[in-house]
Design a protein around this ligand. Structure first.
Ligand SMILES: O=c1nc2n(C[C@H](O)[C@H](O)[C@H](O)CO)c3cc(O)ccc3cc-2c(=O)[nH]1
Ligand SMILES: C[C@H]1O[C@@H](n2cnc3c(N)ncnc32)[C@H](O)[C@@H]1O
Ligand code: SF4
Length: 359
């Protein structure tokens, strides 16, 4: 029986030893002995962005390099390959090609749009490296998703929250692209196109418990209809100096544990990921609450979204995983059940197969 909204609210609100019962229940649903992670390189293709999320330090108003040049990117990818990475995580400010400096630089490089540029970069990645592209560029149109499916092993977009109320608060009031209607449309379009998909929630940006439950149920309904969601990231808001939400409290450890556990109970069929660099001291608790993936870990690049939080070494992930009673296993940016012609283009599938023997 799938939990109802009331069940979810109860999970998210429970206290004391009820939390231990919740963790046990989630762990039973999780049911596996392994915890996965992906070795990646984070490529910030552009940091210019049309939005101004109250929690974000990634976006830049002005920069000398509006977009990273192809040779710079190829250099980073080659280096990543030599470190044994398998995933190229291309991250962008949203709709940056609506902004003049980006438009100008794209034009100089011979591209009309950012989608054309990233398509080319993914193509080059597949041609010249062993890395598998995963593109996370904000909301996209159906036709752009369709084009990018050709050259990506998986794609991603955080839902953040399904609450339209936050469009009026400090978190999203200057971010038209965080309108949950638009985000949900993109995630559904990716489902229609059968693109293996990463999404998630940002916890602690002013949403209520009820809104947290609604966000999870929204993703559940999408997954029931399309089945393309491979992982859900439960990401905790981290406060940092200088952001509009600097004084906003971070979610507590117990709130995060309850959200992770409730997510696993609602999504026994999807990996629940907690980024390990945002919870250096407390990762074990999430594994004991049903999280089964530690996400992308980069041996050579920093997390440009949370630059103050370095990624742990693989040895540390191994130690964390072992002490929680699991074994660590590397995975690709596309999860095993999506490795088929149904979900991957021929050229991506061919590249994915090269990795399967060495995982
Ligand atoms: O370490 C991080 N990885 C992030 N990733 C990457 C993720 O951890 C992994 O690389 C994916 O699981 C790919 O397998 C994202 C991927 C998306 O598609 C959408 C959003 C994110 C956000 C983050 C993030 O904030 N921090
Ligand atoms: C790439 C993803 O990183 C997340 N993100 C952006 N800013 C922060 C922050 N201060 N703390 C935690 N996560 C953040 C958002 O969920 C975005 O979608
Ligand atoms: S979180 Fe993404 S959309 Fe929001 S301001 Fe930062 S880069 Fe832009």
């Amino acid at each position: 029986m799938k939990p109802s909204k009331d069940d979810l609210k109860k999970y998210l609100e429970c206290e004391g030893t009820q939390i231990l019962d919740l963790m046990r229940k989630a762990l039973e649903k999780q049911g596996k002995k392994t915890i996965t992670y992906s070795k990646n390189v984070f490529i910030p293709v552009t940091r210019l962005c049309r939005n101004r999320c109250g929690y974000c330090t990634f976006h830049r108003d002005k920069t000398k390099t509006p977009i990273l040049a192809p040779d710079d990117i190829m250099g980073r990818l080659k280096k990543a390959e030599s470190y044994g990475c398998r995933e190229a995580l291309f991250t962008f400010g949203e709709a940056a090609d609506q902004l003049e400096p980006v438009k100008d630089q794209l034009e100089k490089l011979g591209y009309d749009t950012m989608v054309e540029y990233i398509y080319h970069l993914c193509q080059e990645t597949l041609k010249n490296t062993l890395l598998l592209p995963h593109t996370n560029m904000g909301i996209l149109k159906f036709k752009d998703l369709k084009m990018l499916k050709e050259v990506n092993a998986s794609m991603g977009l955080m839902l953040e929250t399904s609450s339209p109320r936050l469009m009026k608060t400090i978190a999203h009031r200057e971010s038209p692209g965080k309108d949950p209607k638009l985000r949900i449309k993109t995630i559904e379009d990716a489902g229609k196109l059968k693109i293996p998909f990463t999404t998630g929630l940002l916890i602690g940006i002013g949403e209520t418990i009820e809104e947290r439950a609604e966000s999870l149920l929204k993703l559940r309904r999408i997954q029931d209809k399309y089945g393309h969601i491979q992982e859900i990231i439960i990401q905790n808001f981290r406060s940092k100096p200088g952001i509009p939400m600097e004084d906003h409290p971070e979610p507590t450890l117990l709130e995060m544990i309850k959200t992770v556990a409730a997510s696993k109970i609602l999504f026994p069929d999807v990996s629940i990921q907690v980024p390990p660099n945002l919870n250096r001291e407390t990762n074990e608790f999430f594994l004991l609450a049903g999280a089964d993936d530690l996400g992308g870990v980069s041996p050579l690049s920093k997390d440009y979204v949370n630059p103050e939080a370095p990624w742990p070494e693989i040895e540390e992930l191994e130690r964390i995983t072992r002490s929680a009673g699991f074994t660590l296993k590397e995975r690709l940016p596309v999860y095993p059940r999506f490795i088929s012609e149904e979900y991957l283009s021929e050229r991506v599938l061919e590249k994915v197969k090269v990795h399967l023997d060495t995982l």
